[in-house]
Design a protein around this ligand. Structure first.
Ligand SMILES: C[S@@+](CC[C@H](N)C(=O)[O-])C[C@H]1O[C@@H](n2cnc3c(N)ncnc32)[C@H](O)[C@@H]1O
Length: 262
């Protein structure tokens, strides 16, 4: 690196240029990668009732806080930290003296959320981000010599950031690898799971996780096959139901993706 004259601060790297008015590829979508730097855009999207890409709007915040009956000094668990929307509101209410452990399995989003929570003023004495499945909660507590906590909060499912990032492969709306793992470092990708799954088991997944009425027919067409991308899988679902109207086909694609995600 070249030396800078004393007193000069290095310039931040220039943003990558893309052709056209708006970035097309997810990696070029600078606002999605750092929504906190664009508060006006975020406010505009929120006011329209939508979720700004790259972030997550927490649901039922007031109802959740009321049910938790929080007070200063409490120690508790957010078992599904996500974007940290609930965690931040919980943290405000358990200070002074309180501590929150925020669990999540997602190694990509969790460090970003931890950084946001630190930037909001919560240090290690008030908040700890823990990479763990909530199934391992007893181990997390034992490792910290905690015999119990005052509350455990969980907001189950996927986060909007996971859906928005095409490289995670959660959504049929974006071209990406058919992955769908909340922790891409562990377990089978969706693509591997579909390839290894027999039609009978695939049918059960479609029925139990998505109430899919055409489970048998779809399983015969899809189970055991190799689909590398989200779009390839979505197209295979569509073409296995010739003659159905577009709305029914669209709903079926959504249900099959939901079942495989679960
Ligand atoms: C709906 S989001 C939570 C959003 C969060 N309440 C907020 O305000 O941003 C669900 C989160 O739970 C995480 N998750 C899902 N299953 C999990 C599990 N078994 N253990 C830990 N985290 C899990 C996902 O990675 C995701 O980040």
């Amino acid at each position: 690196m070249s030396e800078l004259p004393t007193g000069e601060t290095p310039r931040p790297p220039r943003r990558k240029r893309y052709s056209g008015k708006n970035p097309r590829n997810f990696e070029d979508k600078y606002k999605e990668h750092a929504p906190e730097k664009y508060p006006e855009t975020v406010a505009k999207v929120l006011a329209s009732g939508k979720t700004p890409a790259g972030s997550h709007v927490p649901i039922m915040v007031e109802e959740s806080l009321k049910a938790l009956k929080l007070s200063p000094g409490m120690t508790g668990i957010d078992a599904t930290l996500g974007h940290g929307g609930h965690a931040l509101r919980i943290l405000e209410q358990i200070q002074p003296g309180g501590k929150l452990l925020g669990l999540d399995v997602d190694p990509i989003e969790q460090p970003r959320t931890e950084a946001r929570i630190r930037a909001a003023g919560f240090d290690e004495t008030t908040f700890e981000a823990v990479r763990s499945n909530y199934a391992g909660l007893t181990k997390v507590l034992a490792a910290r010599q905690l015999e119990g906590v005052d509350f455990i909060y969980a907001d189950l499912g996927c986060s909007s950031m996971q859906f928005d990032d095409p490289t995670r492969g959660f959504s049929f709306k974006h071209q990406g690898p058919l992955d769908m793992r909340m922790n891409p470092q562990r377990g089978l990708s969706a693509s591997e799971w579909i390839e290894r799954t027999k039609p009978e088991k695939f049918t059960i997944a479609l029925e139990e996780h998505a109430d899919e009425p055409r489970a048998g027919r779809l399983s015969e067409a899809l189970a055991g096959r190799v689909f590398k991308s989200t779009v390839e899988f979505a197209n295979a679902i569509r073409s296995s139901m010739p003659g159905l109207d577009p709305d029914t086909i669209d709903l079926t694609v959504r249900r099959v993706f939901q079942a495989v995600r679960i």
